[in-house]
Design a binder for this molecule. Structure first.
Ligand code: ADE
Length: 345
């Protein structure tokens, strides 16, 4: 279902448009990157070591919910290593091995190839990537039938950066070919405050600190959401308070978007309400939830669930997802009585 969802981490058309119209909010160098300390440290060391050896950096696998900076980091690594943008493609765009041949043979020494949604590569394309990643070579079949010949084509050494919202869907052989594999976690409010403060400065937007802190704490731990909220509030500020972001305009803007104190939006709350009302709080499988809500399973799994899990509003059980007491309290619903074994239902 098409829906504009301001707290979705998923990239929306508005983000691309804004990126083209506003000064770039994305950090371009490692030193500008805020948060994800452990990952940034690993990347910093890998970049420095690769440069010293005069080799491309090892392959990097980044996983985590949308909007946390996986693509941004690919751009930064490419910038730090080569000064040129990464070559970008995605799992669903690479249908057959031939789709990869052109991309791989056009890479120059040291280039960064970014494959988004790498968990959606088909098995044959995935296996075709292995020798490219390991030995910088690919096998191409020339001719067919009795005259078929396999030619090994050497490639320029390159760095593959794979991004996925689903760590669990990456095969063991694939994962083992990445030198660095890291799961990006949600950002702390303190890091998000630094990010929106930096963005406000880049946008030359006067803002009260408590208003920025509110944006940070209502952004579901996601920089893309924080920057999107900031731009929404900026529009309000222009019309209502001579351009300054204050608590007052913030409350009005976020109230209109139906974003609550925890950053949950209408879709998050509907997810919980359906779970409480139609499934007695669970356990319920994700397919059943998607069908009842009329939403894509992927949206629920990639965007809605991870955050609700993170804040302890749902938990995973062998029988499906289950709502916690904290979620009932937040929705203002009565929590059903606990059974003797401590479970809710
Ligand atoms: N803008 C969006 N994400 C950012 C990050 N992690 N650091 C700095 N600026 C950002």
């Amino acid at each position: 279902m098409a829906r504009e969802r301001i707290v979705s981490g998923a990239e929306q058309p508005e983000d691309k448009f804004q990126a083209a119209m506003s000064p770039a909010l994305r950090p371009r160098m490692l030193t500008e990157y805020i948060g994800q300390g452990e990952l940034i440290e690993k990347v910093r060391i890998a970049v420095a070591a690769a440069k010293q050896r005069g080799e491309p950096m090892e392959h990097v696998l980044l996983s985590g919910p949308p909007g946390l900076g996986k693509t941004t980091l690919a751009y930064i690594i490419a910038e730090e290593m080569t000064g040129v943008a990464p070559k970008i493609t995605s799992g669903p765009a690479l249908v057959k091995p031939a789709d990869l041949v052109g991309i791989l043979t056009n890479l120059k020494a040291g280039d960064v190839l970014f494959i988004d949604e790498i968990h959606r590569l088909s098995r044959v394309v995935e296996e075709y990537l292995y020798p490219a990643m390991e030995n910088y070579s690919i096998d191409v079949v020339m001719d067919s039938g009795a005259h078929a010949q396999v030619m090994t084509i050497p490639l320029q050494p390159f760095t593959l950066i794979g991004a996925t919202t689903r760590t669990g869907l990456i095969s063991g052989p694939m994962r083992s070919r990445f030198g660095i594999a890291h799961h990006l976690s949600y950002y702390s409010p303190a890091d998000l405050l630094k990010i929106v403060s930096r963005s406000a400065e880049l946008l030359k937007l006067p803002a009260d600190k408590d208003a920025l802190l509110q944006i940070a704490s209502r952004s579901r731990g996601t920089p893309r959401v924080a920057n999107r909220l900031l731009r929404r509030v900026r529009d309000f500020a222009v019309v209502r308070s001579e351009g300054k972001v204050t608590m007052e305009v913030l409350d009005q803007a976020l109230g209109l978007e139906a974003i609550d104190q925890l950053g949950l939006d209408a879709l998050d709350r509907r997810f919980l309400a359906v779970m409480a009302r139609d499934y007695d709080g669970g356990p319920v499988g994700i397919e059943a939830m998607a069908a009842t809500m009329g939403e894509e399973r992927d949206t629920l799994e990639d965007v809605v669930e991870p955050f609700l899990l993170q804040i302890g509003f749902i938990r995973r059980t062998p029988k499906g997802r289950q709502m916690t007491a904290a979620a009932y309290q937040h929705l203002g619903l009565d929590k059903p009585a606990e059974k003797e074994d401590g479970s809710l239902f």
